[in-house]
Design a protein around this ligand. Structure first.
Ligand code: A2R
Length: 309
């Protein structure tokens, strides 16, 4: 019996290719009349491939058994509605840890040493006139990690290789980690040169990096966000960057991405990236393979590879 699955957005090419080999895939995002398309197939759909699934869609799919998300964050899947409808949810953790950690350190060095600005400076022909200037380095600095989870630990290891001191904050102290724990984010921000955000989005962390936390990080402090834009009070961050209350920011995620506050474009103290944390061929292939492996396990009656619920 063919198994009908629904896609509502484009997925990584190798993932789509494997899905097409094993399942009957219906692509809602490619339909011209989406309502008619969905009405026609809804009663046959047993799985959703990809993230971005809200309660209204779950409600329209009476035979839905599983939502196989693409990515580790599940803040754009209505977990409560899935649970209520007895629908399993999976994500693609671990396989992206290295890629996200690499980008994090890359963005930190880029910000500390003004690498994008230096590139622009040379291209603009300004070098013969004067040097770019002197900046800071990571060596010897303290980095506080908000969210010492799977990715956070990979960032911590690499930060140590940069000769940084690592501390962390989460809801609880972890056994068997060699880093000092802070039970409040505010106290950690006060003691840090760098603050790296790699916690999940969602209600529990909404704007957890408040104006007070940013002020505690201070005029020399550097903020790095590779988690979710919703973690930060973005208007306060922009305001503090503009008036010198915050030293700098390296941002891969934004509250309303792909919209980025235009006020940031003029600042040399900011490095901007279009949500590229996991965006490498090998990592996206691995994420796609994990998504498919979860679906395969589910329909073979085997334990899920990476269940969320
Ligand atoms: O709070 P803890 O001790 O469970 O630590 C988790 C931390 N975390 C929080 N920290 C402070 N306040 C909260 N309300 C809060 N909620 C969670 O975030 C844990 O150390 C970390 C998340 O680690 P993992 O679950 O292993 O996630 P992973 O794979 O490292 O990915 C993190 C996030 C994703 O959710 C996406 O938003 C992004 O990175 O790609």
């Amino acid at each position: 019996m063919p198994i009908d699955i629904l896609q509502t957005g484009k997925l990584h090419a190798s993932c789509e290719a494997t899905l097409a080999e094993r399942y009957t895939v219906h692509k809602l995002h490619e339909a011209t009349d989406k309502d008619a398309f969905l009405a026609e197939i809804a009663s046959r759909i047993r799985a959703h491939a990809g993230s971005g699934v809200q309660a209204d869609l779950i409600g329209k799919l009476p035979k839905l058994e599983i939502i196989a998300g693409f990515g580790v964050g599940t803040d754009n899947i209505d977990i409560g509605a899935a649970k209520a409808a007895n629908v399993r949810v999976t994500n693609t953790p671990d396989v992206l840890n290295d890629a996200v950690a690499e980008l994090t350190i890359g963005m930190m060095i880029a910000l500390a040493r003004r690498i994008p600005q230096g590139d622009r400076f040379v291209r603009d022909g300004k070098w013969p006139g004067a040097g770019l200037g002197l900046f800071s380095e990571l060596t010897g600095k303290t980095v506080g990690i908000l969210g010492l989870g799977r990715i956070g630990k990979e960032i911590a290891t690499r930060a140590q290789a940069m000769k940084m001191r690592v501390v962390y904050h989460g809801r609880k102290r972890q056994d068997n980690v060699p880093y000092s724990y802070y039970d409040t984010l505010l106290a950690m921000a006060r003691d840090c040169d760098w603050l790296v955000l790699i916690a999940p989005g969602g209600q529990g962390t909404d704007r957890i990096v408040s104006r007070a936390v940013l002020e505690a990080l201070g005029p020399k402090g550097m903020l790095v966000n590779v988690g979710r834009g919703t973690l930060v009070d973005e208007p306060a961050m922009v305001d503090l960057l503009l008036n010198g209350g915050l030293g700098g920011a390296a941002l891969d995620v934004f509250e309303n991405e792909p919209q980025v506050p235009a006020a940031l474009f003029a600042l040399d103290t900011v490095v901007l990236s279009p949500h590229q944390g996991s965006a490498t061929h090998q990592t996206r292939d691995a994420m796609g393979a994990t998504l498919v492996a979860n679906l395969d396990a589910h329909f073979a009656g085997k334990p899920l590879i990476s269940p969320v619920v």
